[in-house]
Design a protein around this ligand. Structure first.
Ligand code: HAM
Length: 423
């Protein structure tokens, strides 16, 4: 029987070299920026016990109620492929006894899994990079993680289409009062709400505020505002966050409909959204989660952080030239080919990226040099080699000249450096 070729699972994809390199560039840039703020890397498992997310994210969140890759393994354990990173960091904080090290600043990167409907910018396996600042209850922490977020987006050159949306969910008291008022208001329209919102009305009415359905949006327009239920201290907290951002010149818009989809948030919530990606506009999102670690059974520890979608930032990333462009060796004839083998190794030892082409005449090898995006081609004829020189062609501007074999690596490096700076 003819078997069909196995394909990637729906919503997952292969990151071919160009995209994989973008991912690495984004993650490296973000790690360097996060390290400027004192964050250090943590790696937690991709496999986690299901209970972590049910308790941490709330069983009414979309993630827990319908998007988790959940399964029972051969030993009968109830497991999940992690849908996000915050709960895992909180679990590690508790398990590893990290409370004695607060304030603690951690960053992480890696794949997350959510069984959502795939579309542009939305995958079932996607990359996240996130930071978590644990143990600081002051609004300065919120300001600092936001400053770090903006620094990363700026250094990636993607801030042009991006706006920071900011809101507060207040403290527990503010939210309890608001929940009461909002439920009373929405109950009058129960029958006109979308089916999903009718369910949310009983379990998590705040989520109705960011419903995408037009009938819900009309009803929500006149709903009471959370702002009117904020306690004095919640109001002060939010003011201090806003003042801190203003002091650092970080622009934001307050968006009182921003509630976020995970149950662990309180006080500050935020999203950096872009106009360049269609419906999946959130590139970086997060907020404060003072109750999470306690809810998971750990010592009461405040936290604030965010995560960005690497896939989404990769799509926004402006084109970049290779930082260490390829050098192609083009040996002509068997003697030169033998010499090319050792020359390639010597040049690599000097830190150059070298490709030897393997076979073919001059035209074929030059074509391949072009195809792999080489910046320089070293044309090696046996007569020239005997004279102790090679011919170096700049594949960008077409210029060509002889270069002595002595100090070849240094000369090539200089050439590449000036080419790179001029470009
Ligand atoms: P989140 O808003 O669920 O928050 O995800 C953060 C970011 O991950 C989103 O803004 C988006 O860029 C990206 N993302 C989410 N789902 C997908 C998807 N299906 N495909 C591609 N990209 C996606 C969190 O995960 C929180 N843990 C953030 C946080 C950290 N809050 C506090 N600390």
């Amino acid at each position: 029987m003819l078997q069909s070729v196995p394909k990637t699972v729906k919503g997952t994809r292969d990151l071919l070299p160009e995209l994989a390199e973008k991912f690495r560039f984004i993650e490296t840039t973000a790690s360097h920026a996060a390290e400027l703020y004192g964050f250090r890397e943590i790696q937690t498992p991709i496999l986690e016990p299901t209970g972590l997310f049910v308790r941490g994210l709330g069983d009414t969140s979309d993630i827990v109620s319908k998007e988790m890759y959940r399964f029972t393994d051969a030993g009968g354990d109830d497991l999940v492929l992690r849908p996000e990173g915050t709960a895992g960091v909180a679990r590690a904080f508790i398990n590893e006894g990290l409370s004695q090290h607060v304030p603690l600043k951690l960053y992480y990167r890696g794949p997350m899994f959510r069984r959502e409907r795939p579309q542009r910018g939305r995958f079932r396996q996607f990359g996240q990079f996130g930071v978590e600042l644990l143990g600081v209850e002051k609004p300065q922490a919120d300001v600092e993680v936001l400053a770090c977020a903006q620094r990363i987006l700026k250094s990636l050159g993607v801030m042009g289409t991006i706006t920071l949306h900011l809101n507060t969910l207040g403290d527990t008291e503010s939210r309890a009062e608001y929940r009461k008022q909002l439920t009373t208001y929405l109950e009058q329209f129960r029958a006109s709400l979308s089916k999903e919102s009718q369910e949310r009305l009983d379990k998590n009415p705040l989520r109705i505020l960011d419903s995408k359905s037009p009938e819900d949006q009309k009803i929500v327009e006149d709903a009471p505002k959370l702002e009117s239920c904020l306690t004095e201290s919640a109001k002060n907290f939010f003011s201090e966050v806003k003042q801190g951002l203003a002091r650092l010149g970080i622009k934001y818009v307050v968006d009182d409909r921003l509630v976020r989809g995970l149950d662990y948030y309180c006080h500050t919530v935020f999203e950096f959204t872009t106009t360049a990606l269609g419906a999946q506009s959130a590139v970086l999102a997060g907020g404060r989660y003072d109750g999470l670690i306690k809810d998971l059974g750990g010592p009461a520890t405040p936290g604030v952080g965010w995560a960005f979608g690497v896939d989404r930032l990769a799509e926004l990333l402006p084109a970049r030239e290779a930082e260490n462009p390829m050098v192609a060796l083009v040996p002509l004839g068997p003697e030169a080919e033998t010499a090319a083998l050792t020359m390639a190794e010597e040049l690599r030892t000097a830190g150059l990226r070298v490709e030897t082409g393997y076979s073919g005449n001059l035209a074929k090898r030059m074509k391949r040099a072009d195809k792999i995006g080489a910046r320089l081609a070293i044309i090696m004829g046996s007569e020239e080699l005997q004279k102790g020189v090679v011919s170096v062609k700049d594949l960008k501007d077409g210029s060509q000249g002889e270069v002595p074999l002595q100090n070849l690596a240094a000369t090539l490096k200089l050439k590449l450096k000036s080419a790179w700076t001029v470009a």
